[in-house]
Unconditional design. Structure first.
Length: 577
RNA sequence: CGGGGCGUAGCGCAGUGGCUUAGCGCGUCUGCUUUGGGAGCAGAAAGUCGCGGGUUCGACCCCCGCCGCCCCGACCA
């Protein structure tokens, strides 16, 4: 490619709307342009990278016996009505009607679409397992797109779906796919991607993993220990808390006028927050059922863990009216005197395994000192479990070291779906004995554009991205300094032709710009190898060779240069095989 | 969906109720000079001042409504 003809201008100044590194460089380098919030066009340079990413994904999907398909972006609503999701998914699903008033939608994921295929094309145990995948456009009407290509409304996704005769078969395949994902992210040149166990949900048996690219602009919190032998997302993270139970002192009612929050009460009574118990009320969003939670004052409730513990899909804070109706006083609520038969009581281990806590008295302006779970709640029906949110520095459940919080971008997700879709949509096969069973499904996604942005986040310097050879838009850039002097242009033209002829992807800056100008553009384009040809080096029959991201340059002889450079490109590429 | 910010040339910004024919820098185009980290000089093209309404003799500027974009939060198959 001759730079003089490359579409996608480089921009000297940071665009005002871009805050994250990848967003800035995507715009400044001419990789992508915003069309509407969260909707981008890819320019040639960006498109080349995306194609390489897709190529690597394709190779790895094929390696685990995937078969590529292409499903439509527009699906009839009836397909989603079959699975029930037409009703349950919110406004991020873009619904519309065609000319005949038939309800349609833009698919945000393709479980329904692929089951539509699988239930007609697959019918025998002999055909299983089978994996279908596609690399295709998804639309999700996100409430808040952000950070360039990190979170968008329209995007390209590799989504894969596997079909199995039973759970055991799925688990074997799931593991292969996990390995394939690790290979993919390594080959894309990501420096740090962690697979973390994600919320397994209330259905039990469901397993899923998120692949998190660690970087500061990540939207998610990844919780690990130092050597990363423990990895979890915030929703399911646990810690090896140790609690001490002192000798129980007698329960004592104390006046705490106007003191409602843990901080106020603790300060007023001269104790630490870990010597208090906090009462929190939740409600099942659907049924309105109340859940009373007691947790030690220095902890916060992890709503996902709580939801899993009580098998409620969606919880919200209970309003004061509901709390009063249950016989508790907001601000002074107490586990003492609450009827475990009327209200579900959940006690976090932190409160159950500590002692002599200050808790509410269920009476305005009064608290109790010296609450002890074993003694004071004896005989009350309640669930003792771990529903506490992990805090940075809490002891790791594996090693006991302090837990570390990092930020991560979710670049991939794999999920054991089970029969959620195959049962509702009638996707069955016949076994050896002619008996019909729903297929067991897994699904596996990677956001392609998000992956590109994530590589940028992880591999850049102050001047631009430093693309790994595996996905670089071009492998080599030639900068012709004063192309009309001393035969520079001719040498560059020849070199460009020779390298291209050898199959090397070359970007040739033939514009005759000032050197500084060319170098700045080159940095923004992040091509891994740079050849600088100038009268100075040509006088010694040499050119300058520089790796993007390295300070040092070396000289290479013009003699046989194209072959030498091709060899270097191939060596570099082999690092990503 | 809540909170905040911003909409003036391709990009980044300035601007005042009327001497503004709306400017500045970058970029673009022409010419000359230049060529190792975003050069210099001279000239040029380029704007429905987000949209609609109102106030006014007069609105890019003041008022009302709408739209769009960004950031924080909620949400996120």
């Amino acid at each position: 490619m001759r730079m003089s003809k490359l579409v996608g201008r480089r921009i000297k100044e940071d665009p005002k709307d871009a805050k994250t590194v990848s967003h800035k460089f995507l715009i400044r380098g001419g990789y992508a342009r915003l069309v509407s919030a969260g909707i981008y066009s890819l320019l040639p340079t960006g498109k080349r990278i995306v194609e390489k990413i897709e190529g690597i994904i394709r190779e790895e999907m094929n390696r685990i016996d995937g078969q590529e398909v292409l499903m439509p972006v527009v699906l009839p609503a009836e397909l989603w009505q079959e699975s029930g999701r037409y009703e349950t998914v919110g406004s991020e699903l873009l619904r519309f009607k065609d000319r005949n008033d038939k309800p349609m939608l833009l698919a945000m994921t393709h479980e329904e679409g692929v089951v539509h295929l699988a239930r007609t094309e697959l019918g025998s145990y002999k055909q299983l397992p089978a994996m279908l995948y596609q690399i295709q456009t998804k639309y999700r009407d996100e409430a808040r797109p952000r950070a360039g290509l990190i979170r968008v409304r329209e995007f390209t996704m590799k989504d894969a779906y596997s079909f199995h005769p039973d759970q055991a078969d799925l688990e074997v395949y799931y593991h292969r796919c996990h390995e394939a994902y690790e290979r993919i992210f390594r080959r894309l040149g990501m420096t740090e991607v962690l697979s973390i166990e994600a919320n397994s949900g209330m259905m039990g048996g469901k397993v899923s993993h998120e692949f998190m690219a660690i970087c500061d602009c990540g939207e998610d919190t990844v919780i690990t220990n130092k050597d990363r032998s423990y990895r979890a997302n915030r929703e399911i993270a646990v810690a090896a808390w140790k609690f001490e139970k002192p000798a129980a002192l007698p329960l004592e009612k104390v006046s705490t006028p106007g003191k409602k929050t843990i901080e106020e009460v603790a300060e007023f009574l001269g104790v630490q927050s870990e010597n208090t118990g906090k009462a929190v009320f939740y409600q099942d969003t659907r049924t309105g059922e109340l859940v009373f939670v007691l947790i030690r004052g220095d902890f916060e409730v992890n709503e996902t863990k709580l939801g899993n513990a009580v098998r409620i899909g969606e919880l919200k804070f209970a309003d004061d009216a509901a709390i009063l109706a249950a016989g508790a006083v907001p601000g002074y609520a107490s586990p003492l005197g609450v009827d475990g038969k009327k209200v579900k009581i959940v006690v976090d281990r932190s409160a159950a395994e500590s002692g002599n806590l200050v808790v509410g008295a269920n009476e305005a302006d009064f608290h109790y000192r010296n609450f002890n779970f074993d003694r004071d709640l004896a005989g009350v029906e309640c669930l003792v479990t771990d529903i506490a949110a992990v805090r940075e520095g809490d002891p790791c459940p594996v090693t006991g070291e302090p837990l570390i919080f990092s930020r991560g971008i979710e670049v991939g997700n794999i999920f054991q779906l089970g029969t959620r879709y195959t049962e509702s949509m009638g996707c069955t096969y016949l076994d050896r004995d002619g008996k019909s069973h729903p297929m067991v499904m897994g699904c596996y996604g990677i956001g392609v554009g998000r992956a590109m942005a994530s590589v940028m986040e992880q591999a850049h310097d102050e001047y631009g991205p430093v693309w790994p050879m595996s996905i670089a838009p071009w492998q080599v850039e030639i900068c012709a300094i004063t192309p009309d002097k001393d035969g520079v242009g001719g040498v560059c033209d020849r070199l460009y032709d020779e390298l291209s002829g050898l199959g090397v992807e070359v970007l040739y800056d033939d514009r005759g710009e000032k050197a500084g100008s060319m170098f700045s553009d080159a940095d923004l384009l992040g091509v891994p190898f740079r050849l600088v040809v100038s009268p100075k080096t040509l006088a010694e029959s040499q050119v300058e060779f520089k790796r993007r991201g390295s300070r040092d340059a070396e000289r290479l002889s013009l003699e046989g240069l194209a072959g030498v450079v091709r060899g270097m490109v191939e060596r570099e590429l082999s690092l990503y095989q």
